[in-house]
Design a protein. Structure first.
Length: 513
């Protein structure tokens, strides 16, 4: 919002200080509202101000004064490229030579731009785009060194200021297919841009990965200091000077990986600094393939090993592999400036591990449920859970071992069943009333119910799980059954009406099991 004559004075003083270039991170798209030719239209047409109007009208417009200052300086103006809306075509100052594939399809493309006033733009010897193009999270990690407005290529502000400072005319863009560019016959986009003596590696879209070094107050010189009469020109002599804003109200604050609010003008300055110092961040062309291969190999390895070494071993393997790729990424970054992503591959390995662990859990749980379903009716709950935890103890085809077998049935059952020949349901209930407590005793003593044959119960010990005292446990079950059968006989006699022997029946047959 300052009058252009103030900016002109600043440009003159910087020119006298023999700076290498002056780059404006500001678009002068409208006439200076404080200029004499602009304010005259606001004054009343009265005799009182008539003489004053003539004096003011004789003053040169501020934009002309500013344009003259730009013409004397090594100045670079800036424009903002945009995708739609009113705008114009920026003036082209830099020329481009290309090696390899045409970079136009790869660089950021816009349809129009907010440009400077023609008089200002024509006075500067450089013109570059101010766009920073943040990522989806609105963090600026890459700055375009070249972009396209319509069908014309333009440099970014940092690239253009570097060209003007060196007195170069042509920027050379190397893309896939150029000598020395590893692309395996594919059109992989831009590889690097040469500006004067500086060769700058870029991503496929002609953007530089900014190696941020944090906000440093010593990069800044306040405008009022430059405008002071006692300003020391040695502070800026031979340097590239960016003129921009840092006040929050002017809306040129950007989020970077290191700062939440960094003035946009400092981003351009840091880009130029890292180019001059040769401190580049570089993502190798094989990085995507290497990260994908890492995910596939480690994912398949975990899938194969998880059922064999268990979850704990797989966690250890995944942890070691993740630590290795994190260390490798940090080593490549600190020693060579490589940008290898350790997070996405490690996260994908975690997803593979979680998915395989879930599948393994469901398979194990299904196996346990199958064991519980198959043996739950014939084994004690403790034995069933032991088999569910170790289903491998069940050997297909069986095995040879010593066992203890028990048979238990109702004595004189044929005679008893004759009494219920007209009521078979009652006979079934009688059998169930006998077999249920006998089964509970067998299971309590660690036995396995083999089968029920009518009124007969067959059980065995020492299978499917080992039981060193199988004979003693079987004997204990038999003794407990004999102890239980006495009271049971009395209950059954009363419940089923087995009062006394019928004609021809053996009295000893009743109530005995």
């Amino acid at each position: 919002p300052w009058p252009r004559i103030v900016l002109a004075e600043m440009a003159d003083k910087l020119t006298q200080a023999e700076v290498a270039a002056i780059a404006f991170d500001i678009v002068f798209a409208e006439p200076d509202r404080s200029s004499p030719d602009q304010i005259l239209g606001l004054w009343p047409q009265t005799l009182e101000v008539l003489a004053l109007r003539e004096s003011v009208a004789a003053l040169p417009p501020h934009d002309e004064v500013f344009a003259d200052a730009l013409a004397e300086a090594r100045a670079v103006t800036g424009f903002v490229a945009k995708h739609s809306g009113p705008g114009g075509q920026p003036a082209k100052r830099a020329t481009f030579a290309t090696a390899g594939d045409d970079p136009a399809p790869f660089v950021p493309t816009f349809q129009t731009a907010v440009v400077n006033l023609p008089g200002l733009e024509s006075s500067a010897i450089g013109n570059g785009a101010l766009n920073n193009l943040p990522d989806r999270d609105q963090i600026v990690r890459r700055v375009p060194l070249v972009l396209r407005v319509g069908d014309t290529l333009y440099p970014g502000l940092a690239a253009e200021s570097l060209r003007v400072a060196q007195g170069a005319r042509t920027d050379v863009i190397k893309s896939s297919g150029a000598s020395g560019v590893l692309s395996f016959g594919q059109q992989t986009g831009v590889d690097s841009i040469k500006i004067g003596q500086f060769a700058i590696p870029t991503d496929a879209n002609g953007r530089i990965l900014v190696y941020y070094t944090g906000h440093k107050p010593e990069r800044y010189i306040s405008a009022w200091e430059v405008l002071e009469d006692d300003f020391d020109p040695g502070r800026v002599a031979g340097q590239i000077v960016f003129i921009g804003t840092s006040a929050p109200g002017l809306l040129d604050l950007r989020a970077t990986p290191l700062e939440a609010n960094l003035p946009g003008v400092e981003i351009h300055a840091q880009v130029v600094e890292q180019i001059i110092d040769g401190d580049f961040l570089y993502r190798p062309s094989y990085a995507n393939a290497g990260e994908t291969l890492y995910i596939l190999v480690l994912g398949l390895l975990l899938t194969w090993l998880l059922p064999r070494i268990g979850a704990a071993g797989s966690v250890l393997l995944g942890g070691v592999a993740t630590a290795a790729v994190v260390w490798g990424s940090w080593y490549g970054f600190s020693e060579h400036g490589w940008m290898i992503d350790p997070i996405s591959p490690s996260f994908m390995v975690l997803v593979v591990f979680a998915a395989e662990s879930a599948l393994s859990y469901f398979r194990s749980e299904a196996s346990r449920q199958q064991v519980r379903s198959a043996f739950g009716r014939y084994l004690s709950p403790v034995v069933v859970e032991r088999l569910a935890e170790h289903p491998e103890r069940l050997q297909l085809g069986g095995e040879m071992r010593n066992m203890t077998v028990m048979f238990a049935d109702i004595r004189g059952f044929t005679t008893i069943s004759e009494r219920f020949k007209d009521d078979p349901q009652k006979l079934t209930s009688l059998i169930n009333r006998f077999l249920t407590p006998m089964t509970e005793i067998v299971l309590k003593c660690g036995g396995t119910i083999d089968k029920y044959i009518g009124d007969c119960l067959r059980a065995f010990w020492n299978a499917p799980l080992d039981d060193e005292d199988h004979a003693a446990h079987a004997c204990q079950a038999a003794m407990d059954m004999l102890a239980r059968v006495g009271p049971l006989n009395e209950e059954l006699a009363e419940e089923f009406g087995l009062g006394g022997p019928q004609d021809g029946e053996d009295p000893a047959a009743l109530y005995q099991t």
